[in-house]
Design a protein around this ligand. Structure first.
Ligand code: THU
Length: 144
């Protein structure tokens, strides 16, 4: 059984590996995301921009799609790395839309891990990134 430090290192390694495959010719900002699912599998995604700018997709969205396509339904942790294509990573907090995307498959206590240029890790519960969130439970109704 690997310890938490090793698991987090694997998650960041997966995010950093996929980040270099980003298609971001317009922003030149490369992002990689890795998520750990309920079966202990890691799913990755990078940002994929488009000449029709609004059609671009975020790294987190790609990782979530990969998880769902593989049958995963629960995010236990997420790691995100980003920065200029030819520069160091900077801290890259998920955009507002991606906070909501993560929330679909994660709870308020789920950790989102960020890393800066010098390797300092900031770990935040999703509930802090997206307070008073609207999630799947918000639509639950009592059934007869
Ligand atoms: N980006 C992500 O992939 N994830 C985020 O949470 C923040 C922003 C991407 C979108 C765009 O391709 C580039 O970073 C610059 O905004």
């Amino acid at each position: 059984m690997r310890n938490e430090t090793e698991a987090l290192a694997s998650l960041f390694e997966a995010a950093a590996d996929v980040r270099v495959r980003a298609h971001a010719p317009y922003s030149n900002f490369f992002v990689g995301a890795a998520i750990l699912d309920e079966e202990g599998r890691i799913h990755v995604g990078c940002n994929v921009e488009n000449a029709a700018y609004p059609q671009g997709t975020c790294a987190e969205a790609g990782a979530i799609s990969a998880m769902v396509a593989a049958g995963g339904r629960r995010i236990l942790a997420a790691a995100i790395v980003g920065g200029p294509a030819d520069g160091d990573e900077i801290q890259c907090p998920p955009c507002g839309g991606c906070r909501q995307r993560l929330r679909e498959f994660a709870g308020e206590m789920t950790s989102v891990h960020l890393r800066d240029a010098v390797g300092t890790v900031t770990s935040l519960p999703l509930g802090e990134l997206l307070p008073l969130s609207f999630g799947p439970e918000s639509l639950e109704r009592d059934r007869p």
